[in-house]
Design a protein around this ligand. Structure first.
Ligand SMILES: Nc1ncnc2c1ncn2[C@@H]1O[C@H](COP(=O)(O)OP(=O)(O)OP(=O)(O)O)[C@@H](O)[C@H]1O
Ligand SMILES: [Zn+2]
Length: 480
């Protein structure tokens, strides 16, 4: 029944293509560029992992096995993607007066907790960059003679040594961001360091011996090595945020081509069959970004009374290739939408059963078609709404179909309760039980038309940090 052909947008060709697994018998192999653990991940970063999870869930919905790898970048990512600046990890350690290992451990743990709160399926393996340094050196050694050259600052990849460098980014002019050329002596402006030597007289917290001196691997090298080690090249799908389409992924591709030495025998080889990118989460200031200073974490949302899965639903309500603008109104609307879903499911569970007069197959096909059309979750969600409201279907059949749909959506619809969604704002000076008691008292006052008492209770709650939402059609809510 999940039979619509799966089509996905491939950034390499800038078109929607049928998905054809490389190995029809084995699992689909997917690699996702993971977080750089020098700071908290903001909700924009989490959008990238929600997208990768949706891809994985849809692949499983379509009946495929899945081997998904996400890396943890704990070394090598510079403050500028164009090969300039400090290592983000070294810089964070210096400003926070901690060791890099402490920094990495802390932010990795918080990131994984957010992954769990968003119900993102953990990958088959979290590959940690510093655990792959010997493989990175071996990879670099194999391509060094034909594709690299040494400067004082490191070993550089010569992008003119591979065919069609930058095809993914569609770089046709000198104006592209990646043309920035901050390192003197490069052969081509886009050449990048695959090994950065520690400057003479300095020591870094993270450095290793290599044939090119003590130093650290380049960020681009890391993903080529870890994807190859875990999945083998070529694998099926490589994902990341759309910023990676410009520099990071073209550089991975160049290294993969150099490593396999196969571009004559296999024209078009990039290391992955498809490259997929999610668009940005933006706010009024533009792309949400750590470098820009202010950003929102999942915890910020929770502190303001928004459930993590409401953020997941917010992301699912937009297509992953569209920009998504974050607003608090939007987050509250997503929370209300999630509540409605949970409420419907709770009602179905409690309802006495009776036979269906029709079948849920039509909904299932439409839901499947939407997901199969380049993961169009925005179009799949209304099918779920319609299914839940269809009285010709028995409560049990609606419940079963909704639960099956949720395997692809990951909203935990069958497990969530209304009570879970009452997230107490962090600033509230009153606990959930007292809030409920005051709300009940207020409902009674209103029923008795004692509006003075009702207003007084609302003001008391407001003073304690809780805003009563009279406009909430579900009637059982409060927020910051
Ligand atoms: N605003 C955003 N919306 C969606 N995805 C994003 C956004 N910002 C970054 N990403 C993606 O998040 C993932 C993790 O990125 P990483 O930890 O390397 O972040 P970063 O580049 O340090 O973040 P920032 O750009 O905020 O400084 C990457 O796939 C990246 O493309
Ligand atoms: Zn990467």
């Amino acid at each position: 029944m999940n039979a619509a052909p799966l089509k996905l947008y491939n950034s390499l060709t800038r078109s929607i293509e049928p998905f054809v697994p490389i190995d029809p018998a084995g699992p689909v192999r997917v690699y996702t560029c993971g977080p750089t653990v020098y700071n908290y991940q903001h909700i924009g970063n989490m959008r990238a992992f929600l997208f990768a999870d949706t891809l994985g869930r849809v692949l499983r919905w379509k009946g495929y096995g899945l081997k998904h790898i996400i890396n943890i970048t704990d070394v090598g990512h510079l403050t500028s993607d164009a090969d300039a600046g400090d290592d983000k990890m070294e810089k964070a350690a210096a400003t926070q007066e901690k060791s890099i290992w402490e920094i990495a451990a802390h932010y990795t743990q918080v990131f994984k907790a957010d992954v769990a709160r968003l119900n993102i399926t953990p990958p088959a393996q979290w590959t940690v960059a510093t655990a792959y340094v010997p493989q990175m050196i071996a990879f670099a050694q194999r391509i060094a003679a034909q594709h690299c050259y040494e400067l004082d600052s490191g070993l550089y990849f010569d992008v003119s040594s591979v065919p069609e460098y930058g095809r993914l980014a569609r770089q046709t002019t000198d104006a592209g961001e990646s043309r920035i050329d901050p390192v003197g002596g490069k052969r081509n402006p886009q050449d990048f360091a695959i090994w950065r030597k520690t400057p003479a007289g300095e020591t870094r917290q993270m450095e290793w011996d290599s044939p090119w001196g003590r130093g650290a691997p380049g960020w681009h090298l890391e993903c080529s090595v870890m994807s190859n080690a875990q999945l083998g090249h070529p694998f099926d799908i490589h994902t990341g945020g759309i910023d990676h389409r410009e520099i990071h992924h073209p550089n991975e591709i160049a290294q993969n081509q150099a490593f396999c030495g196969c571009t004559d025998a296999e024209p078009g080889f990039t290391g992955a069959r498809m490259w997929m990118h999610n668009n940005f989460l933006v706010d009024r200031a533009g792309k949400m970004s750590k470098s820009a200073g202010e950003f929102l974490t999942l915890q910020t949302l929770v502190d303001r009374g928004i459930h993590p899965l409401a953020y997941r639903l917010m992301c699912l309500s937009a297509h992953y290739r569209s920009e998504l603008e974050f607003t608090w109104e939007g987050a509250i609307a997503a929370q209300t939408r999630l509540k409605r879903l949970v409420q419907s499911i709770e009602k179905l569970r409690a309802a006495p059963d009776k036979p269906s007069r029709t079948s849920a197959d039509g909904y299932r096909s439409r839901f499947d078609e939407a997901l199969s059309d380049d993961l169009n979750t925005a179009r799949a969600l209304p099918v779920l709404d319609e299914l839940l409201a269809d009285k010709a279907l028995s409560p049990a059949d609606r419940f079963a179909a909704a639960e099956a749909f949720d395997a692809a959506l990951g909203l935990e619809l069958a497990a969530l309760t209304r009570a879970d969604l009452r997230v107490r704002p962090a600033t509230a000076t009153i606990d959930a039980v007292d809030i409920e008691a005051k709300l009940a008292e207020r409902r009674e006052a209103r029923a008795a038309k004692d509006f003075a008492r009702s207003d007084a209770l609302r003001d008391e709650l407001a003073a304690a940090g809780v805003e009563v939402m009279d406009g909430d059609p579900l009637g059982w809510d409060w927020k910051l």
